[in-house]
Design a binder for this molecule. Structure first.
Ligand code: CMP
Length: 141
């Protein structure tokens, strides 16, 4: 048993459709606890920096433009094996390949407008959480 934290972002396609509660419901049913969340608008600088790891990929500029196109909800999720569990709960990056019952199968519109982001490793989760949240914003219970 390993209690971890992971970073989740509910993306602009989901905030635009007013389905953040439905996304949170799937998260909570999985057993993950939302221990922090805030609805913010990313600036181009912040989105570019957050996704810097993809800067040489052909989709990078479009991804950054999409992520600043509307509000997002950044969240810290906590639970047993939270990083891997949330990746299962989200489903495949490409919604056409996502499994039944996953967030992306239910809600994603395309590989870009895929409703949610989740950290891909424990190391990146720690980096991504500190990118958006101060220690004092994280209340564990
Ligand atoms: P996310 O988990 O936020 O990490 C990077 C994002 O790039 C990914 O989800 C997708 O929404 C987006 N993206 C757009 N096009 C592609 C692609 N061809 N392959 C992978 N990710 C893509």
């Amino acid at each position: 048993m390993s209690i971890e934290k992971t970073l989740s972002i509910i993306k602009p396609d989901a905030t635009a459709r007013n389905i953040t509660g439905q996304v949170n419901s799937i998260i909570e049913k999985s057993g993950l606890k939302i221990i922090a969340q805030k609805r913010i608008k990313l600036t181009k600088d912040v989105a570019s920096k957050f996704y810097e790891v993809h800067k040489d990929r052909p989709f990078y500029q479009d991804l950054v433009s999409f992520m600043v196109s509307g509000p997002v909800v950044v969240q810290v999720l906590q639970g047993n094996n939270a990083v891997a569990l949330y990746r299962q709960v989200m489903g495949s990056t490409n919604p056409e390949e996502a499994e039944e019952g996953t967030i992306r199968k239910e809600f994603a519109q395309s590989i870009e407008a895929n409703s949610v982001h989740g950290s891909d490793s424990l190391e990146n989760a720690q980096k991504e959480i500190s990118f958006f949240f101060a220690e004092t914003e994280l209340f564990e219970s």
